[in-house]
Design a binder for this molecule. Structure first.
Ligand code: IDP
Ligand code: MG
Length: 137
C-alpha cells in the first residue's frame, strides 16, 4: 500500500547534529520526501502530537523532551512507508535497538530521548500532519 508517514528528528537528534545523516538513510531506502519543515514544538503541540500517551508515567518527561529544542518534521511516502520507517528507526528504547537501526546508530539518552519519531499507523500520520503541517491545533 502506498502510504504517507510522519517522521520527526526529535530535539535530541537535532542537538546531536545527526539530522541530515538520518534523513539520508530514509532517502537511500527509497522513501520519498514529500514535505519537510523545522518546527519548535510548543507545549500544546507536544501534548496534542502525543495525545494518545496522556496519563502514562512518561508523558510529562516526553512533553518536556519534545519542547526542549527544535525538531525537523517530514512526511515520507512510499510502499508500506509506515512499517518501513519504523523498521529503520528500530526499538523505542535505544538500549534495545539493534545495530543498523537509527535509534541504535544515533543513540540518544533513552527514556523519552530516542532520536526519531515514526507514525504508528496511517491514521496516526494524518493526525500528526494536522499538528505539524496544518497548524490545526
Ligand atoms: P514509538 O516512538 O516507538 O512509536 P511509543 O510507544 O508510541 O513509541 O511512545 C512514544 C514515545 O514516548 C517514544 O518514542 C518515547 O519517546 C516515549 N516513551 C515511550 N515509552 C516510554 C517509556 O517507557 N519511558 C520513557 N519514554 C517512553
Ligand atoms: Mg508511537
Amino acid at each position: 500500500m502506498f502510504e504517507s508517514t510522519v517522521v520527526l528528528i526529535k530535539p535530541d537528534g537535532v542537538l546531536m547534529g545527526v539530522g541530515e545523516r538520518i534523513i539520508e538513510r530514509y532517502l537511500m531506502s527509497k522513501l520519498g520526501l514529500h514535505k519537510r519543515r523545522d518546527i519548535y514544538f510548543s507545549l500544546r503541540q507536544a501534548e496534542t502530537f502525543y495525545g494518545e500517551h496522556a496519563g502514562r508515567f512518561y508523558f510529562p518527561g516526553l512533553v518536556l523532551a519534545m519542547t526542549s529544542g527544535p525538531s525537523i518534521a517530514m512526511v515520507l511516502q512510499g510502499e508500506n512507508a509506515v512499517a518501513r520507517v519504523r523498521e529503520l528507526n528500530g526499538a523505542t528504547n535505544p538500549s534495545k535497538a539493534v545495530p543498523g537501526t537509527i535509534r541504535h546508530d544515533f543513540r540518544s539518552a533513552g527514556g523519552p530521548f530516542n532520536t526519531v519519531h515514526g507514525s504508528d499507523s496511517v491514521e496516526a500520520a494524518r493526525r500528526e500532519m494536522d499538528v505539524v503541517f496544518w497548524n490545526l491545533i
